[in-house]
Design a protein around this ligand. Structure first.
Ligand code: NDP
Length: 339
């Protein structure tokens, strides 16, 4: 059983060498009397929140990884054996599994392991558009941002797993949407594939306040926050009265030992802005509603999806580290070789 383990807790930017490939053993049978599920992993997801699990923090909102044990994360798998009444051999599932060929998933919960019933799409979609990032975009936009037709929406890290969907949801609602991303290729994707009204490369803008003023001369109603830091500060200076900021993530801060200061917070008062963070783990009750909506949008061709597939478990560390340099174009997923 090939596995990727975390060598030890880290500080600063993650490196490929922080993770190691090793070969372990696993009994391909669920222990007698347990409610575990034994799976063969098919697709594994790389997600930015995994960085916080690579260290022990005072406020880990997901438990840290255990050094020298396989890294855990979202994935898509096939059930080989099951002691759990909800799963049987041959089922396809998505949820929390391990960075390894085979995983014994102990005591699965309804929000940690889900049976895949809609199979008209590639199974890898359950690491992204129909998985955790998908429902994050859905909750963050429809539930947290209180969007209305015609509003001005800005999305950062817009070509990624979450951002590409937020932008498309906003367009379907009749909003004006601009996205930021870190390369020309990504900016082109935003404009030509995902249908954003406009997009820019934030790495080429030395004055982000001025850049946002150019794209939103009348100001921003909704900011879907994925990056934090300087971008958040510049957005605050460009928000409209009664604007909303859905704080989904702050990837620019995850590897810093000292978070960057944000100076324009008083705009929350003067512009009567609602800024709200959320964690998707609190909202899985909305998954069935989300799935119904997405099935229809995908069937009707109203939503498109771009994923960046890397093959093989051994390439997992490079793919994870790449999230923090913008190496991925679209949702970063790993296909297990010979899956
Ligand atoms: P992405 O697929 O967007 O991948 C991460 C992207 O972030 C990179 O490709 C890169 O794109 C961008 N990025 C990396 N470093 C920086 C930086 N220093 N400054 C600006 N941009 C940077 O990831 P996801 O769509 O999966 O996640 C997006 C955000 O949503 C993250 O902050 C994540 O933590 C958060 N999240 C929150 C959840 C919740 O429950 N609240 C659940 C899921 C995700 P580029 O080339 O454009 O720089």
């Amino acid at each position: 059983n090939k596995q990727i383990i975390l060598r030890d807790y880290i500080t600063g930017f993650p490196k490929e060498s922080d993770m190691v490939l090793r070969t372990g053993t696993i009994r391909l049978k669920v222990p007698e009397g347990s409610n575990s599920v034994l799976v063969k992993n098919l697709y594994l997801s790389c997600d930015p929140y995994m960085r916080s699990r690579m260290q022990k923090l005072d406020d880990n909102y997901v438990p840290p990884f255990t050094p020298a044990s396989p890294i855990s994360g979202y994935g898509v798998a096939k059930v080989l054996d099951s002691g759990h009444p909800d799963f049987k051999e041959g089922d396809y599932v998505w949820g929390f599994t391990g960075w390894e060929q085979y995983s014994l998933i102990e005591n699965p919960q309804p929000t940690t392991l889900m049976k895949i019933t809609y199979t008209d799409v590639p199974l890898s979609y359950y690491t992204g558009i129909l998985g955790m990032p998908g429902i994050t975009a859905y909750v963050g936009f429809y539930e947290i941002s209180s969007p209305k037709k015609g509003e001005y929406v800005f999305v950062s890290a817009a070509s990624g797993a979450v951002g590409q969907l937020v932008g498309q949801f906003a367009k379907l609602m009749g909003c004006y949407v601009v996205g930021s991303a870190g390369s020309k290729e990504k900016v082109d994707l935003l404009k030509n594939k995902f249908g954003f009204d406009d997009a820019f490369n934030y790495k080429e803008e030395h004055d982000l306040v001025a850049a946002l003023k150019r794209y939103f001369p009348e100001g921003i109603d909704i900011y879907f926050e994925n990056v934090g830091g300087k971008m958040l500060d510049a957005v605050l200076a460009n928000m409209r009265v009664h604007g909303r900021i859905a704080v989904c993530g702050m990837i620019s801060q995850y590897n810093l030992e000292q978070p960057e200061g944000v100076h324009n917070l008083f705009r929350l008062v003067t512009k009567r802005i609602r800024m709200q963070g959320f964690l998707i783990f609190d909202h899985y009750d909305l998954y069935p509603k989300f799935l119904e909506m997405m099935k229809q949008y995908i069937t009707e061709g109203k939503i498109v999806y771009v994923e960046d597939t890397v093959e093989g478990l051994e390439n997992a560390p490079t793919a994870l580290v790449g999230l923090f340099t913008g190496r991925n174009v679209g949702k970063q997923v790993r296909e297990m070789a010979n899956g």
